[in-house]
Design a protein around this ligand. Structure first.
Ligand code: NAP
Length: 291
């Protein structure tokens, strides 16, 4: 790869970003397609976000991924929002179109593509999603128009989030959106006639890899399991689901595919998804070995 004065710079901004997989995923794709782009990571503290946005403009950074904690706060600094970013209420991708910053949200699209890659069509299904934070919002907005029923369960400490999300979705998509408090009984009852379970909480994420959001006894062959956690790639939940013969969808697949959708926005090219997945797996392996 030769970086020149004409090379387009893309970046992820967040805090922390040192372990972000995005530079590896995107640089692998740029190199594979021989595109004159390079992707870097910038750690931006909460209080520096406005200055960072000015920097994107003044330095002519072409494409940006936005990660925690800036996905919501960045919105007010952008010139335009696409419809999905506006309705989800968060931005994960920016295109710098000749100095005009346009915000997008590709997380939900990444989730739908990850399901499709495993031949899991959510149309007409009952889906139970655990968590009502940022990831749940994006995924719920993309699933809600397709499914028969969407049940959002959230832990009791901040129950209002699930209520707010469910009310928003009900206004847009009708009465098939439900919400409830996370409890053993509720989870058991809701999973009994569900087709797909989505873990949109950090339960099971490194370093708490022994944790799982669903008791092994509630898993079955005809309940597909989608774990948004991608570090590790194969969480305890996914391992136990595979052991009972259930279809599984990895969070890494969603991560790469939301990145692939950003890549399309920036380059207009079809992303080499397999190359991107391989790069992400390799980077995760390096991170684990470095521990
Ligand atoms: P977030 O905004 O902080 O939301 C987390 C949600 O999980 C909240 O509803 C929180 O409840 C709930 N929660 C936290 N700890 C819990 C526990 N011990 N038991 C039950 N519920 C719990 O985080 P996020 O951005 O949505 O991310 C959630 C997970 O998705 C993370 O692991 C993240 O890495 C992953 N993720 C993956 C992708 C991907 O592309 N694969 C994309 C985005 C995020 P409260 O409301 O009570 O806090």
């Amino acid at each position: 790869m030769t970086v020149s004065g004409k090379t387009r710079v893309c970046a992820v901004i967040g805090d922390p970003v040192k372990h972000s997989l995005s530079p590896c995923i995107h640089n692998a794709a740029f190199q594979h397609l021989k595109l004159d782009y390079v992707y870097v990571a910038f750690e931006v503290a909460r209080g520096d976000l406005e200055k960072a946005v000015q920097g994107i403009k003044s330095l002519g950074i072409y494409g940006v991924n936005v990660t925690m904690p800036h996905k919501i706060a960045i919105m007010k600094h952008l010139d335009e929002l696409d419809e999905t970013a506006e309705t989800v209420g968060a931005v994960n991708t920016i295109l710098n179109k000749k100095g005009k910053l346009i915000g997008y949200n590709t997380d939900g699209e990444g989730a739908l593509r990850a399901l499709e890659a495993e031949n899991q069509n959510p149309a007409g299904k009952k889906v139970v999603i655990l968590g009502a934070g940022g990831a749940s919002r994006s995924v719920s907005h993309s699933l809600a128009p397709l499914v028969r029923e969407l049940m959002i369960l959230n832990q009791a400490v901040d129950f209002e989030k699930a209520e707010k999300l469910a009310k928003e979705l009900t206004t847009r998509f009708g009465s098939k959106i439900m919400y409830g408090k996370l409890s053993e009984d509720n989870l058991k009852r809701e999973l009994e006639n569900a087709d797909l379970f989505v873990n949109a909480t950090p339960v099971g994420m490194h370093p708490n890899e022994n944790e799982t959001p669903v008791d092994r006894g509630l898993l079955r062959r005809d309940l597909a399991i989608f774990d948004l956690v991608y570090h590790p790639c194969e969480t305890r939940l996914l391992k136990e689901a595979k052991a009972v013969g259930a279809p599984t969808i990895e969070g890494l697949s969603m991560l790469v595919r939301q990145g692939a959708a950003s890549f399309e926005i920036w380059t207009g090219k079809k992303p080499p998804v397999d190359v991107m997945i391989e790069a992400a797996r390799e980077r995760l392996k390096q991170l684990r070995e470095a521990k």
